[in-house]
Design a protein. Structure first.
Length: 315
């Protein structure tokens, strides 16, 4: 009877790399079925477009109409949806969701990743409901001041822009965002309604918990690994799953963290960031050990190749 052995090299090189895309596919199928059953594909787009219609009609977009979910984004977010109101909802859904897919695909190729990263759970969540986070990601990767438009769509996109010192983009965000100032009074008039709406969100981040301290330490350790893209999903108040979309530029080299961050479970995104920091620490240790081993071997080879007189020294 021959003894069967596991080919671990094959497992590591072929099987393990397939686990992450398989998980993404499973998540995408489950999410698509869930939103299809509940007739919720493109739901965020519909909410945002309706809010823009109410604002244009002189109403308060943060006071929900009967049958509508509350709009809770800051005033600048309305600006994108003003032109969208010119289209009927079915056409607007096709146009905006297609724009999200194209923008996300461009961002993924810019990061030199395969297109199956379109199924990255936070990004897929944003795409399937028509959330502007799908457009925030490519805008953050644009060079120059146009990246500031990301912060017009989602105010928390200011965090990576500020941490990267992209001041021209920040100035542009402020200038464009100022166009929504007439809606500021409506926003503050409905602040209690907005707070109540935000209380119903998943609240996935470490905000308001003891995990804030270890997450800050993890972000500091990852400061040269794109921590600016991780701050929002791990620390921003009232986070939702699609907030993790902007983590993609930093988290994609870390499969376990990438698998975790999209889980729509409280405190899992900050845990993913801590996992990423631990994995990065171990990688650095391995690189240091490998470098020391190469140097030692090189020194040994040079010593063996040296003339006998130099090896023995003067007596």
């Amino acid at each position: 009877m021959t003894e069967s052995r596991v080919n671990w090299r094959f497992v590591r090189s072929t099987i393990v790399p397939l686990l992450l895309p398989i998980w993404f596919v499973i998540y995408a199928i489950q999410t698509f079925v869930h939103f299809s059953i509940h007739d919720a594909i493109g739901v965020d787009l519909a909410i945002y477009r309706h809010a823009a219609e109410v604002a244009l009609g002189g109403g308060n977009p943060w006071i929900p109409d009967p049958g509508w979910v509350s709009f809770a984004a800051p005033p600048p977010t309305l600006l994108l949806y003003v032109p969208v109101t010119l289209m009927p909802l079915p056409l607007a859904t096709v146009v905006m969701m297609s724009a999200g897919v194209l923008g996300a695909a461009w961002a993924i190729r810019r990061l030199h990743l395969p297109l199956w990263w379109l199924l990255f759970p936070p990004l897929f969540d944003a795409l399937i409901v028509g959330n502007p986070d799908a457009l925030v990601l490519p805008l953050l990767l644009v060079r120059g001041p146009l990246a500031g438009l990301a912060a017009v769509l989602k105010v928390y996109a200011l965090v990576p822009l500020l941490l990267q010192g992209r001041w021209a983009a920040v100035v542009l965000a402020g200038a464009v965002g100022a166009l929504s100032l007439p809606q500021l009074s409506n926003f503050f008039a409905a602040i209690q309604v907005i707070r109540s709406a935000l209380e119903t969100t998943a609240r996935l981040s470490a905000w308001g918990t003891l995990l804030v301290v270890p997450v800050l330490i993890a972000l500091w350790l990852l400061r040269r690994r794109g921590a600016e893209y991780l701050a929002v999903p791990s620390l921003w108040p009232n986070t939702q799953s699609h907030y993790g979309t902007m983590a993609l530029p930093a988290i994609h080299p870390y499969p376990l963290a990438a698998a975790l961050i999209g889980l729509n479970t409280p405190l899992v995104p900050p845990v993913a960031v801590m996992v990423m920091a631990v994995e990065d620490w171990f990688r650095n240790r391995r690189r240091t050990a490998a470098g020391a081993s190469v140097i030692a071997q090189s020194s040994s080879i040079r010593a063996e190749d040296a003339p006998a007189g130099l090896r023995e020294g003067s007596r």
